[in-house]
Write a new protein. Sequence first.
Length: 86
Amino acid sequence: MSSINGKTVLVTGASIGIGEQIALALGEKGANLILFSRTEDYEGVEAGVKNAIKEMGDIDILVNNAGLALGAPATFQDLSISDIYK
């Protein structure tokens, strides 16, 4: 397995729980971190990613840890775009 040291990693859902622990572990291994947490400012997220790439170079690894809770069980295929953007 190759080293994570020096790799640029984007972690979503990084403010608490599993995402936070993933980010901490990657940081301890020397990864350059780009962290995102819960937000409804989608344009801000896009701008943040573009800025991170400008400042840090290409993203080597994406940890897509963003969660989605709608209350009732559903498969991803059953979700509408409006459900996802809630």
